[in-house]
Write a protein of this length. Sequence first.
Length: 176
Amino acid sequence: MIITDKEKEEFRKAVGKVTPIKQNNIKNSDKPKPAPSIRVNIKDKTESYYKINDISSTERKVDGNTRLSFCSAGENNKNFKKLNQGKIKYEDILDLHSLTVNEAKERLEVILDDWKHQNLSCVLIIHGKGYGSKDNSPVIKNKLNQWLKEHPMVWGFCSAQPKDGGTGAIYLYFKK
């Protein structure tokens, strides 16, 4: 699509005077993001290491902008602070946003097992903020918050830095 000079001028008139932002607090990283690895088809995987408990939790529901934070070793732990600051490099990515709860649960069960066998330490899970759900509620985010706290492989997790998805994603750190 080519924009004519007339269209540019009309746009400038419609927008009016623009003041540039003086400071950008978001740091863009030059380091390349790891490409998601190829996964086994969920239907081909017969048994996973751990079945996620889907019993309804009494845990308080969070909204799309709430930061998640959980550490089995206590949140004052030095490594957990590094995780919160995005200083621990993630080794893989799982994108669950726009999936149903059942699809997300199945993918998570399979991928957690794969990550265990790959001996990964830290991964990024994108869950979204719930803007695509019926009531704009982050269903997958709330389920992850429940599931991961109960999972025996999980050492801790927290919301990602803005450059990695902010409150629409988490860094997940595994027990050794």
